[in-house]
Design a protein around this ligand. Sequence first.
Ligand code: SF4
Length: 351
Amino acid sequence: MEIKRRDFIKNFLILGGSLLFYPVSLRAEQKKGEVWHPAYEKLEKEGKFAQRVEQAYAMFEDCQLCPRRCGVNRLKGERGFCRAPARPVIFSSQPHFGEEISLVGKNGSGTIFFSNCNLRCIFCQNWPISHEGKGKIVQDEGLADIMIHLQKTGCHNINFVTPTHVMPNIINATRIALKKGLHLPLVYNTSGYERLEVLKILDGIMDIYMPDMKYMDADQAGKYSSGASDYPELAKKAITEMNRQVGELMTDKRGIAFRGLIIRHLVMPNRVAGTEKFVRWVAETLSKSTYVNIMPQYRVEYKAFEYPEIARGITVQEFLEAMGWAETYGLTNLDPHSVAVRDFYYRRRAT
Ligand code: SF4
């Protein structure tokens, strides 16, 4: 049966809701009777946390927080490529139910959306936040209070969305929140455009890394992400380092993630995202059981209309092709939502 693009999007949204009841199989690896502590709590006990905050804050003076390496003094009010000040600008914070099932659980992922971005893709799905910097400036103490509030609401984690340019504020706020009783795992939800030196500061603070892997080709990255043609090489190195720090995704007996790596890959029209190369790289460099979310929800946003190659949504065939490559290269820990969407279309094809 032929499936039109409009049907594909409609069915994808329906499946998003119905998946709450889908019998998914997640890896439950927390040992029985073991009391879990977040990584940053151990770092504080070892007396190493304060030094990391200092080290991170020093990077604001000659900003080298991301591969753009602007060298501006953000503490003196200068702004670099990301246009961010030295205080976090927050667009919103709330329990979020649209993230991966193992982050959402019953009460949601405690998501904090930071404004501004160091990558600025021309198809950005959050462009009013990332490109225009809409939001409210808070102090680090205020950010810590938001984290505590999300914890009191029952969220299963604190999920920092687009965190790279405000990493020093995040870890300072985490230390303040720890003293107020924070005990949730932290999720570093990043575009993947990161420096190894900066990730080393986060070693022992983040429990869950959730990077994107947007493209595998330098020309595509340069064209669609504001000249960042070094994205594929740097993101591969960054993800390898994240994997070294936290390893494969682990969940508790409820299926809630508490540590590990989740890689997101958005399938783009006309194979722009290089999905085949991506899944092969994961299988050969990391592990076939790495948690990978191959996402079908590409939308034509912001300036994507000006680029014919990506000025349409993806087709069912493109999504099934992407999932087929994951199967071919032996990936075994695919996001259950993507698997449900794939299986739905396989069944539709068979009828
Ligand atoms: S975080 Fe912003 S100012 Fe700093 S190097 Fe990156 S883009 Fe430039």
